[in-house]
Write a new protein. Sequence first.
Length: 361
Amino acid sequence: MGIGSRCTAPSKPVTIAERLCSAAAAAGAQAEQALSGAVFEGFANVWTPLMAARRLGSRPVRVELAGEAVVLFRGRDGSPSALIDRCPHRGAALSLGRIDAEGRIECPYHGWRFDGSGTNCLTPLNPEARRERLGATPLPVQQVGDLLWVYTAPGVKAPRDPVASEGLTDPDLTRVYLERHWACHWTRAMENMLDSPHLPFVHRRTIGRPLRRIMRPQSSMQVSWEETDWGGRARASIDGGDNRATLEFHRPNMMALTIPIPGRRLQIHALVIPVDAAGTRLIVAGSRDFLRLRLLNPLFSWINGRIADEDKPVVESTRPSEIPQPDEEHSLGSDQATLQFRRYYYRSLRPFAAAPPGEPA
Ligand code: FES
Ligand SMILES: [Fe+2]
C-alpha cells in the first residue's frame, strides 16, 4: 500500500537495511513500491517542533520536513492538522488548495476533500467512489507552547506526547523567535549548537569575546557531559574556571543554552529542523524574564540573529555534509558534547525510516 492510501494499521519503525533486504527478496515492482514508500529516513518516529503556531491562519501552510512535504491547516474548531502534502489521486500538493467552510482541505486539482484525519469526504464527479480507500496521509500534530510539533511517522498514534523544555512554555517568560535557512545537513547544524570550543573563534566579536579574554596559548577546555532522560547536559570551562552556563541537548533536535545572570533568567533555544539532505531550517527562540517591554524584542532577536549568522558560513562549509560516525574525523577532549550527539544520531536516528501507512514493517 502506498503513501497516499488511507491508513488502517499503525506503521512501525523499520531500519533502512531491513527495507532494502525485504525489497530485494520480494518480487519486482511490488518491492520497488515498498522501498520508495519509506518516509522520514534518518529522522523517523520523533516529535519535532515545526513552526510558530501563529503562522498558521486560515490558509494551509506547506513545510518541508526531512525530505517530505507536509501541509498544515486548521479545522473548523481551530485545531491544527497535518497531512503529507501529496494528494492520493494524482499527487498534487494539497497546500495549493483551499479550506472549505467545514475546515476540510480541498485538493486544487480535482477537488477531493480531506478532513484533518486524512479521511476523504468528497470525490467530485465520482459519487460512487469508495472514499474509505482514498484518504490522505495524516501525521500527529500538537501545539506545545508557541510552537506546532509534528510526529514523523505517517498514520500512527504517537506513542508519547512531545516534551518541550521549560523555557519554551513557561508563561512567565517573554519569548522572541527568528528563523534562518542554512544550506547544510541538519546534523552539522545541530552539533554546532552543542559545540563550545568554536565560541572564541566563530563568535570572537560577540558571545566568544569573554572567552578570548581569559584564553592563554596553553589553556585547556574541559567539557563535561551528563546523560539525562531527555538527552544530556554539557558544561564547558577553561583552565578549571567557573562556568555556570549550561548547554542542554533535548533529543532529537533541540539545544537549550542557559546564560547565568544573577537573579535573572535568560535562555536561547535552537530548534534544528531537517529540510532535506542539503537544507536546514533553524528556529532560534530567546526567552527572558527581564526587560520584558515588547519594544525591546527586536533588539533581542537581532542579537540572536547575529550570532546565528556568524555560524552559518562556517557550518555550511563543512564536508561531508552529514556528520560522520563518531570514530571518523579527528576529535579531541573539547569535542565531548558533539561526539555524544554523533553517537545518538548513528544509534537512534540514522538507521531508521518510517513505514508508509498500512504497510507491514
Ligand atoms: S490530484 Fe488531488 S483530486 Fe486529483
Ligand atoms: Fe555558534
